[in-house]
Design a binder for this molecule. Sequence first.
Ligand code: 9UX
Length: 75
Amino acid sequence: GTKTTLVGQFTIGGMTCAACVNSVEGILKDLPGVKRAVVALATSLGEVEYDPNLINKDDIITAIEDAGFEGSLVQ
Ligand code: 9UX
């Protein structure tokens, strides 16, 4: 069938070095349904492309929080 993906933007608080960025990107990319994740240290922003049939924005925020950072949705 047709592939469906959405793109969500999140603020990720608490990242202070490049290794934090790599860690958060790795965690996001390992989530089921996440196709792409790009995280920027300077802006504290993350962009995640995901399949809404497999994961939702709240799940993504929970994963960010579980990794020890503060995640919130960019409206
Ligand atoms: Mo860098 Mo981030 O030394 O949790 S990995 S601060």
